[in-house]
Write a protein that binds this ligand. Structure first.
Ligand code: ATP
Length: 295
């Protein structure tokens, strides 16, 4: 378990974090979101033990970080992690495994294990420049998996990747999440929405926890994006059975709240759109993370 208790951090007169308290237990992936400069990397550096808090405590399984007990259980992939262009990914990962205390032969089996986990075993003899961007990122993630850590911190794991490679990385993280607790930072809400149940949001140097499972007892939500702007769309659907509220969340996008006891509300809505010849681009259950956080 990772615990931050009233942690503050300043660099000279720059107060970056103020009284941050949070707990991350093994289990579901956790997201840290906030705008550029909000302090996400600073938080990761504190959890990794690279820097110390100005005040407060950072604990891993009850011990102050850095601590010997943390070694091998917590891995970090920094935002700007690089691979060495001179060596194959197998060679460099074996080097890191040896740094972690593996002897030569076990280091190679560990590399085989982690490269298989990230789907790169067939490319193990390639040098980084022979791999695509997404594959290189996967190789970096493989490095973080050496030694089977229980927690892996990924800073901006998909930054700079095209949507296809970003999706691959998300799928990889989702697939590994049953064994490893990932702590992910990003400023891309949509990305973390797909991966994480728990989200910590930075606001003015403080953390505000958000849990994704509030407010769904009697109310249900649909998020609807239309293909084109439709005048008075809210009035058009106002008579639908079960509708309780409709809000415009952005251009052509609506958050529709309905009575959860009307179980076929989505079908009614689609039939209604069809009758009125209103084309939609996307419809999904629930609120987008952005709407949940900033509504
Ligand atoms: N070693 C340092 N010395 C001085 N200031 C620092 C140091 N590290 C971070 N800062 C400052 O702390 C603030 C938060 O930076 P940090 O990198 O943690 O933000 P971030 O949320 O990760 O941003 P981004 O999304 O752009 O990566 C910034 O104002 C930055 O200039």
């Amino acid at each position: 378990m990772i615990e931050l208790k009233n942690v503050s951090k300043h660099f000279a007169s720059n107060q970056v974090l103020t009284n941050v308290s949070m707990t991350v237990e093994s289990g579901e992936p956790v997201a840290i979101i906030g705008p550029n400069g909000a302090g996400k990397t600073t938080l990761f550096s504190l959890i990794s033990g690279f820097i110390s808090p100005s005040s407060g405590e950072v604990l891993f399984d009850g011990d102050t970080i850095p601590h010997a007990a943390q070694f091998g259980k917590l891995a970090v992939l920094p935002q700007d992690a690089q691979l060495d262009p001179r060596f194959s990914i197998e060679k460099q990962l074996a080097f890191f495994a040896k740094l972690q205390g593996f002897a030569k032969a076990p280091a190679l089996s560990e590399v085989t294990r982690v490269l298989s986990q990230v789907g790169l075993i067939e490319h193990k003899t390639k040098k980084p420049q022979e791999l695509s961007h997404g594959m290189r990122k996967r190789a970096c993630i493989a490095q973080a998996l050496i030694g089977s850590p229980s927690f892996v911190l990924l800073d901006e794991a998909t930054a700079g990747l095209d949507p296809i490679h970003a999706k691959e990385i998300r799928e990889l993280i989702a697939g590994l999440s049953s064994e490893i607790t990932f702590i992910l930072s990003s400023h891309d809400l949509a990305e973390l929405e797909r991966l994480c149940q728990r989200v910590f949001v930075f606001e003015a140097g403080s953390l505000k926890q958000y849990s994704g499972d509030i407010d769904t007892q009697n109310h249900a939500y649909l998020t609807l994006r239309l293909k084109q702007h439709s005048d008075d769309f809210d009035k058009t659907i106002s008579g639908l059975n079960g509708l309780t509220q409709i809000k415009t969340t952005q251009s052509r996008e609506y958050l529709i709240e309905y009575d959860a006891s009307v179980t076929d509300f989505d079908i009614l809505l689609l039939q209604h759109l069809h009758q009125k010849q209103i084309a939609y681009q996307q419809i999904y259950n629930g609120k987008t993370l952005e709407n949940q956080l900033f509504d």
